[in-house]
Design a protein around this ligand. Structure first.
Ligand SMILES: [Zn+2]
Ligand SMILES: [Zn+2]
Ligand SMILES: [Zn+2]
Length: 140
């Protein structure tokens, strides 16, 4: 289990209450969380702007990344410390959306073969979404 304060220290961020609380949500949940869900949990305590800035900082620092699934609203998930840092953000991993529990999670350990684009095409973001039934739900 990642220690929330350690993650902030590692990324040279001050330990504000909003950062600590927001990060602890990402650390305890192993699936992507939408901005709305975060607001529901956090906005009684912190204002919207503070939460927005916190997420922006986390995105820039390589602590969280955007997850696009079929729901239209952006979701966020914790970055893997093996792939992301303040300098580099690598998200060439699969996102899996479960149709039973409606949760989207990162499958960090699946290696995607390098994809060669036609000449003149420049990749900037990578989103691979697989939809199906997750391991939790398939056992029921
Ligand atoms: Zn990242
Ligand atoms: Zn599921
Ligand atoms: Zn991910």
């Amino acid at each position: 289990m990642n220690n929330v304060a350690d993650i902030l220290t590692k990324h040279q961020l001050r330990h504000t209450d909003c950062r600590l609380e927001t990060l602890s949500i990402f650390v305890t949940k192993n699936f992507a969380i939408s901005h709305n869900d975060l607001e529901e949990i956090l906005v009684p305590t912190f204002d919207r702007v503070t939460l927005y800035r916190t997420l922006k900082t986390f995105l820039e620092k390589g602590i969280i990344h955007k997850v696009l699934d079929d729901e239209g609203t952006p979701k966020y998930a914790l970055c893997s410390p093996h792939f992301c840092s303040t300098q580099e953000h690598h998200h060439n991993h699969v996102h899996f959306k479960c149709s039973e529990c409606a949760k989207t999670q990162c499958l960090d350990n699946i290696i995607i073969p390098p994809i060669t684009l036609p000449q003149g095409f420049l990749a900037k973001e990578f989103n691979l979404l697989i939809q199906g039934v997750c391991s939790n739900c398939s056992q029921k």
